[in-house]
Design a protein around this ligand. Structure first.
Ligand code: FES
Ligand SMILES: [Fe+2]
Length: 339
């Protein structure tokens, strides 16, 4: 039977491929690093992740159905169970022997925090799955968790992640939400790197966003000096905490799935101070306004962050991105990689 194989640390890392809520009945298609997958639940309810193409004629299994805890191919009805073994080939009748090669590849599947995670490494350690905000998680503390709908961007996971790390774009890309000319000069900051993780604290001046007649934070002035605390777990998980002058806290969490060289799926959540009573929908709507400002600019870049340090020009304002690229190289990604 075929087994999964992984060569780079990005392939060996865990990535989300589906949300738990989407796995109610029909199989769900997913993509990772340009390869198709199919995700479904076995008879015991546990999620299964299989290579997405039928070994018979290459049809995408995600177009099929789940029958008795197996995924049935939409073309000729072959059924594959959670281990990837073919359990039934209808055209052979009851007595025909199923050929040994009639199997697809099963990948690790772990359901955690409302997401189904997989890795291309058959021996991937589930302890390496990054924590993701979900109600009841102790790491969330007293903050309210608002889970966003996953977004698909036509750019690589690295380009999207670097956009969150980018401190120099606020006045140009976000003039209608939180950007202001006072943020033109990026405050000095240092990035702390340890294997697999970078961290950084930096102060950012933002607009107190105008909403309707007033401001998003009515008790605070028109300009805010916020503490940004970044934490990135390689390759593509990011947490950005915002500390407000009055002690209020907010955070953005993302795990970006590298679905293809020019495409990514962003699983994201907001963590919001309990003192903020704005409805979840309002919080999500504001976040979407901010993302909508970024998306066309980021999608206009060539997809794929070049890890070659000479490929683009770096300024002190780009220190976080530079540190992330270096950390990716130190984790084993080749200099010529586009991530
Ligand atoms: S292509 Fe899948 S069963 Fe024939
Ligand atoms: Fe932005």
């Amino acid at each position: 039977m075929t087994t999964p194989s992984a060569s780079t640390f990005v392939e060996r890392a865990w990535h989300p491929v589906a949300r738990s809520v989407d796995l109610a009945g029909e199989p769900v298609g997913a993509e990772l690093l340009g390869r198709p997958f199919v995700v479904f639940r076995g008879v015991d309810g546990a999620p299964a992740v299989l290579a997405g193409r039928c070994p018979h004629r290459g049809t995408l299994l995600a177009g099929g159905r789940v029958v008795d805890g197996a995924v049935a191919c939409p073309y000729h009805g072959w059924q594959f169970g959670p281990t990837g073994a073919c359990q039934r080939i209808p055209s052979l009748g009851r007595t025909g022997a199923i050929p040994a090669a009639a199997a697809t590849v099963a990948f690790p599947a772990v359901e955690r925090d409302g997401l189904v995670w997989t890795s291309l490494d058959p021996d991937a350690d589930p302890d390496a799955i990054p924590w993701y905000p979900s109600p009841g998680r102790s790491e969330v503390g007293d903050l309210r968790v608002i889970v966003g709908r996953p977004m698909v961007w036509r750019t690589s996971a690295g380009r999207h992640l670097e956009n969150i790390l980018d401190l120099g774009h606020f006045p140009y890309v976000h003039p209608t939400t939180f950007g202001c000319p006072e943020a033109e000069v990026v405050a000095p900051h240092e990035v702390a790197a340890e294997p697999g993780r970078i961290r950084c604290d930096v102060e950012v001046t933002t607009l107190n966003p105008p909403v309707g007649e007033g401001r998003l934070y009515p008790e605070l002035g028109p300009l805010l000096r916020l503490g940004y605390h970044y934490e990135v777990d390689l390759p593509y998980r990011i947490r950005l905490d915002f500390a407000f002058p009055d002690g209020m806290q907010r955070a953005l969490h993302e795990v970006v799935a590298p679905t293809a060289p020019d495409r990514c799926t962003i699983y994201w959540s907001l963590l919001v101070d309990r003192r903020l009573t704005s409805p979840d929908e309002e919080e999500l709507a504001f976040a979407h306004r901010v993302f909508a400002e970024d998306q066309p600019v980021i999608e206009s870049q060539p997809p794929g962050v070049p890890l070659d340090r000479r490929a683009e020009i770096h300024l002190p304002a780009d220190r976080l991105a530079v540190a992330w690229r270096r950390a990716m190289r130190e984790a084993g990604m080749p200099e010529e990689a586009l991530v």
